[in-house]
Design a protein around this ligand. Structure first.
Ligand code: FAD
Ligand code: THG
Length: 795
């Protein structure tokens, strides 16, 4: 049995110790620099509100487990959660959040002002427009929860030592973890887990690991006695997001947390000796709290009779995207971290991590939380500082799914950026890339007039012009900037065998072949879908879905294979549409006819003056090519195609059209439509699996039963209605699943929504989708909705 050391005895560290010992890994030592179990970290003063509902299914599931577990340990009180609206926009947002709750299986209901106010002794109906009530939300006493989990772990063999500061991590000559050094001596271990909370970056520095979190102070204040509070603490936990506030009762007093103040990054974390209270508590700065106090009284007038008696600026971790950081150090096996985790998600994260360490698989889809989800440009100190402060500011904001981050921008731009600007690109940002959503230059296209309008929420970051771009792609030809699509070069004598092992489809084909294939985890869940182009016997170009695919390749690559991310130094134009060949052929001496250059083939050719690797495939479901060249030739490639395309009516088209076209064609987006929770068959991707060869996840696939759920295509019945993704789907009055991605399909004239639904549903069955509190009728369809015979592509 491996020996485990956990650094940090906060709520995360103690939960991990409990989960490991529950799994029979009893040789666990938990070290904390502070005293047990109020260690001086964030858990020692967290007021412990647990609101489970989150736009992320994973985060919600982690919270649901935390509630379940801590309730079983008597460390959770299900007082209910109440989120109130004081603006019409927030009321709509509460309906959207009720949708998330229904999608992920949290009971919740939007109530009118009277009913909502009746739940809380200090609320009055005239102050609010309504509330979202979640009966299973509630309060954790974090120190009690730490203690309960620690005591159970100790009963199963774990040891906890306070007053031990970890100062180094020891390694074996082979480069594995061997133990830790502390200010009280050394300890051996096969596995070391950093649960160091906002000390994470310092702990990471001991092992050469960039830990992209920022410690920020957040104000929490407690009032004196409040008339009207019974002292029994039966009031639900309360959120007033329009004023960036939350409330809980402490006996007959109220605790108020505020995210309304300026971000307060902690420049230097104090030691225990230097701290007046504890390292995670900085001195209260009342002036920062004053506006929040006014807002609190405005909502709960009974507070006017009392005052703020105590306050802290309490420190905890913020990340650039709001998700935790979980995973194993790629270059130091045996070193894991679980940091930037709220009390709310603590036990769920601990369970997933314990599963991951003991079985090799977290059992929960953690891709949003993975330590290696970032591109290097997202790991600089300045980026982390800017974006983590942004996360603090936006904690309670109403965020549209397409809202782009504000700064730092622009960071990554493709070589076509100046041309995109000239064409009036409306940019969004993804993975630090500037990405055109649509081009204002296309606003005068006659097709624009045929595109239906939509409601104000769905119309954000959208334009009828995007619809016109989609129609022109189907009708003529368009150029798409595919540069941000991550691509890897996989080369060396072992490259073929490696890729065969890593993915499901057969890649043992002659150079010039392109194959669509899946990367599974050991349990058969879909990690990613890839295109593999064999450019030479020992050299492959792999189109992937981002840094996590690179990470997985790097972890598995043997010595005779080199894996390189070539995204940054190269660029790509997707030239797609029925006239794509008419544009391309005159520019090259290579025959690009269907016979000479077939579907899913790769050729090296010249486009005018530019050497390119051309891949004949298209995520939008039209005739055409992805044309790759090195970055410095990108502008020349763009201009060459643009000029040649004029007589064929070429346009530049953006992400918005792209997403619509791929959904009409039924092409999935890994990480959104299917994740590690889903097997290839229920995802509709069985065609890319060849079980007659060996690959990771094959054994698990062989033991699958009949799928219970299926990724199902729906169309909305109302030809002007749209949904955006994550909405719950009802069969009759029963929540039956949730939408993954959705977009209006401009060619088919209906909104297309993919959804995980019971496998028993059939073509033509009626369902409803809850969109912001309104039920929209939808119908199960047959895939693909567009061009099922492939006549537009294979010609
Ligand atoms: P910590 O509790 O900070 O534990 C980390 C431990 O690691 C510390 O004990 C530290 O001493 C130890 N450590 C670090 N480095 C070393 C080392 N080198 N050697 C030895 N030991 C080390 N979350 C919610 O879910 N709901 C809330 O309502 C809520 N409210 C909050 C209100 C405030 C004012 C604050 C500040 C936070 C709040 N949070 C809330 C966030 C929550 O408190 C934290 O996210 C959570 O407690 C983090 O737990 P942790 O175990 O990761 O960190
Ligand atoms: N281009 C390239 N690589 C990629 C993508 C891309 N890698 C990541 C991601 N996108 C992969 N997703 C898809 C999804 C569908 C298809 C291609 C990439 C596709 N599917 C055909 C189908 O389902 O009919 C393939 C059928 C077949 O196997 O022949 O084209 O956009 N380079």
């Amino acid at each position: 049995m491996p020996t485990v050391i956990i650094v940090g005895a906060g709520i995360v560290g103690s939960a991990i110790a409990d989960e490991l010992t529950q799994r029979g890994w009893t040789d666990v030592l938990v070290l904390d620099q502070g005293p047990l179990y109020a260690t001086g970290g964030s858990s020692s003063h967290a007021p412990g509100l647990v609101f489970q509902t989150n736009p992320s299914k994973t985060m919600t599931n982690l919270a649901q487990y935390t509630v379940e577990k801590l309730a079983s340990l008597d460390a959770f009180r299900p007082l209910g959660g109440l989120e109130i609206a004081t603006t019409p926009e927030r009321l709509v947002e509460l309906h959207r959040r009720a949708g998330f709750a229904a999608s992920w299986g949290v009971p919740a209901r939007v109530l009118g002002p009277e009913e909502a106010a009746a739940l809380h002794p200090l609320l009055s109906p005239d102050k609010i427009l309504g509330g979202l009530h979640t009966p299973t939300d509630g309060l954790v006493n974090a120190v009690d929860a730490v203690t309960a989990q620690a005591e159970r772990a100790i009963a199963h063999g774990a040891r906890f030592l306070g007053g031990h500061r970890v100062t180094g991590v020891r390694t074996t000559p082979e480069g594995r973890v061997a133990g830790v050094d502390t200010d009280q001596g050394s300890f051996d271990a096969d596995i070391v887990i950093g649960a160091a909370g906002f000390w994470g970056p310092q702990f990471g520095a001991l092992v050469g690991l960039t830990t992209p979190l920022l410690p920020l102070a957040h104000q929490y204040a407690t009032t004196g006695p409040v008339a009207g509070l019974s002292g029994t603490e039966s009031a639900p936990i309360l959120r007033h997001q329009d004023a960036d506030l939350y409330f809980r009762a402490h006996g007959d007093r109220i605790g108020i947390g505020s995210y309304a103040h300026r971000p307060m990054p902690v420049e230097r974390i104090r030691t225990h000796d230097e701290s007046a209270v504890m390292p995670s508590v900085e001195e209260f700065t009342p002036a920062d709290f004053d506006p929040s106090w006014e807002d609190a009284i405005a909502l709960l007038p009974a507070l006017a009779e009392t005052k703020v008696e105590e306050g802290i600026n309490g420190i905890f971790s913020f990340t650039t995207d709001g998700f935790p950081l979980i995973g194993e150090h790629r270059d130091l096996p045996g070193l894991w971290i679980a940091e930037a985790v709220w009390v709310t998600h603590s036990a769920g994260v601990a369970k997933a991590l314990a599963e991951w360490i003991t079985t090799g698989n977290p059992g929960t889809d953690l891709h949003e939380c993975d330590l290696y989800r970032f591109d290097p440009v997202q790991l600089t100190a300045s980026y982390v500082r800017t974006r983590a402060q942004r996360s603090f500011i936006e904690v309670y904001d109403i965020l549209h799914p397409l809202d782009p981050p504000a700064d730092p921008r622009p960071l990554r731009v493709s070589p076509f950026y100046p041309r995109q600007q000239e064409l009036g690109a409306v940019f969004t940002e993804g993975a630090a890339w500037e990405r055109p959503l649509w081009f204002e230059a296309n606003t005068d296209l006659p097709e624009v007039a045929t595109v239906p309008g939509r409601d104000a929420w769905a119309a954000r970051h959208w334009s009828k012009t995007a619809g016109a771009e989609a129609l022109v792609t189907r009708d003529r030809v368009a150029m798409y900037d595919m540069t941000p699509l991550s691509r890897l070069e996989v080369a060396g004598p072992g490259a073929l065998a490696f890729l065969q092992h890593m993915t499901t489809n057969n890649l043992d084909k002659a150079p010039g072949a392109v194959t669509y294939t899946l990367m599974l985890d050991e349990a058969g869940g879909v990690r990613s879908d890839l295109t593999v182009a064999r450019l030479a016997p020992n050299r492959f170009q792999v189109g992937v879905n981002g840094p996590l695919d690179l990470d997985r390749f790097l972890r598995h690559a043997p010595d005779d294979v080199i894996v390189r991310d070539i995204t940054g130094g190269t660029c790509c134009i997707g030239l797609w549409g029925p006239r794509a060949r008419d544009v391309l052929q005159p520019l090259t001496t290579t025959d690009v006819g269907h016979t000479a250059f077939g579907y899913f083939k790769a050729r090296h050719l010249n486009v005018g003056d530019v050497p390119v690797d051309a891949l004949r495939l298209s995520y939008v479901g039209e005739l055409g090519w992805e044309l790759y060249t090195s970055a410095e030739l990108g502008l020349r490639l763009w201009d060459t195609l643009w000029e040649a395309g004029q007589e064929h009516g070429v346009i530049a088209a953006g992400r918005s059209a792209f997403n619509s076209l791929r959904l009409e064609k039924g092409y999935r987006l890994a990480g959104t439509d299917m994740t590690g929770e889903h097997d290839p068959y229920s995802s509709g991707l069985g065609f890319a699996v060849k079980t007659n060869k060996e690959f990771i996840g094959r054994d698990a696939l062989l033991n699958l039963g009949e799928p219970q759920r299926r990724l199902t295509v729906l169309t909305l019945d109302d030809p002007t209605a749209v949904v955006l993704g994550k909405e719950p789907v009802y069969v009759g009055e029963t929540p039956a699943g949730y939408v993954t991605s959705a977009s209006y399909g401009y060619t088919i004239g209906r909104c297309v929504a993919y959804a995980w639904l019971p496998a028993s549903l059939q073509d033509g069955d009626a369902v409803t989708i809850d969109y912001l509190g309104t039920r929209l009728a939808a119908t199960v369809g047959t895939e693909p909705l567009f061009d099922p015979t492939m006549e537009r592509i294979r010609r």
